[in-house]
Write a protein that binds this ligand. Structure first.
Ligand code: P6P
Length: 327
């Protein structure tokens, strides 16, 4: 299929700032190297955990660090950004003389699935840089200020799904070319769905609105929703969100009584998980909420801040929000 459009060409034709296009292409190339590292896995002895934790207090996988370093080094060598924030970096990393873009990423989300060969991914967000020597505070911008958001899913195919504010495109890695090629020009999340994604093992901790929403879904056609629902939970956000970007659904990782008791504000990180995924879903016609408000309107208070996440088919996100709003 020689008429496939490569990522670099698609970016050049999109009308975005050429430097932003070059930045996105640079990160896509680094993600191809991540795909190679993930694919080799046991062959290169990079599976398994390191004897250390990241700033989140989570045990780091070898491939978490490898993926992070591939992205950091690519950006440092490119000069196409002046600052980096990563799930695997305690603080922002400034890049002297870089272009006025801030890049945030979860280099390998869902890495607990690596050892069992389940799809994992990279999540990327790009913000404008307020100055050329950014510190953590410069990254604390609400998600509606993003200039680009993307994820790369390392699955049966390696897919790059990207928005720069004019809808959502999908690119598939063509290893023969060593490039991502356009395979979806306008991803769309159906407004309605009969599929929810949640970690049901936390049911006993759920807040009342979440418990009510899921109870009504599980009641099926005999309950208040009048139709049966299905459940999916891959426990890899990129994989669960890509399913929703492809066929609809609603993804929920709410805060709950157990997490609140530990002083947590949710599990997923605002800056490099909820914001980029939320913008991608909104750009595809879906919605992204905490259950009580739009994720992209949150004014961040910390680089690694966690938030509740309810995103996907707009009608179902509204159903969840209605249960939070009920007296
Ligand atoms: P649980 C992966 O660790 C992650 O951050 C997301 O990718 C995923 O949706 C979630 O956590 C899975 O959480 O509690 O099911 O392990």
């Amino acid at each position: 299929m020689s008429d496939l459009v490569e990522l670099k060409t698609s970016l050049a034709q999109s009308g975005i700032d050429p430097d932003l296009g070059a930045l996105l292409d640079c990160m896509a190339q680094a993600c191809i190297e991540i795909a190679d590292a993930v694919e080799r896995g046991a062959l290169s002895g990079t599976l398994g955990a390191l004897d250390r934790a990241n700033v989140q207090g989570e045990t780091q996988k070898q491939l978490d660090v490898i993926s992070n370093d591939l992205l950091v080094h690519a950006l440092q060598n490119s000069g196409l950004a002046c600052g980096i924030a990563s799930e695997e970096e305690d603080h922002a990393v400034a890049i002297p003389g870089g272009a006025p873009y801030l890049v945030l990423f979860d280099p390998l989300d869902g890495s607990s699935n690596i050892d069992v060969n389940v799809t994992v991914g990279t999540i990327i967000s790009v913000l404008p840089a307020p100055n050329s020597a950014p510190n953590d505070a410069d990254f604390l911008q609400p998600g509606h200020r993003q200039l680009a958001a993307a994820y790369v899913a390392y699955g049966p195919s390696t897919l790059l799904v990207l928005t720069t504010g004019d809808g959502v495109k999908q690119f598939t890695l063509d290893r023969a070319r060593g490039a991502f090629v356009l395979t979806g020009s306008a991803l769309s999340v159906p407004k309605q769905t009969a599929e929810f994604a949640i970690n049901a093992a936390r049911q006993r901790h759920w807040l009342a609105p979440i418990a009510a929403y899921i109870r009504d879904c599980v009641a099926g056609e005999t309950g208040p929703r009048g139709r049966d629902f299905n459940m999916r939970w891959i426990a890899s956000m990129v994989a669960d969100v890509h399913r929703i970007m492809t066929r609809g659904g609603v993804f929920l990782y709410p805060n709950d009584h157990a997490m609140i008791a530990e002083g947590m504000t949710g599990k997923l990180r605002l800056m490099y998980e909820a914001n980029p995924m939320g913008w991608l879903v909104e750009q595809a016609g879906g919605a992204a909420s905490t259950g009580e408000g739009r994720i992209l309107d949150i004014v961040p208070s910390g680089l690694h801040q966690r938030v509740p996440v309810v995103l996907g088919s707009a009608d179902e996100v509204a159903e969840v929000e209605a249960r939070f709003a009920a007296p």
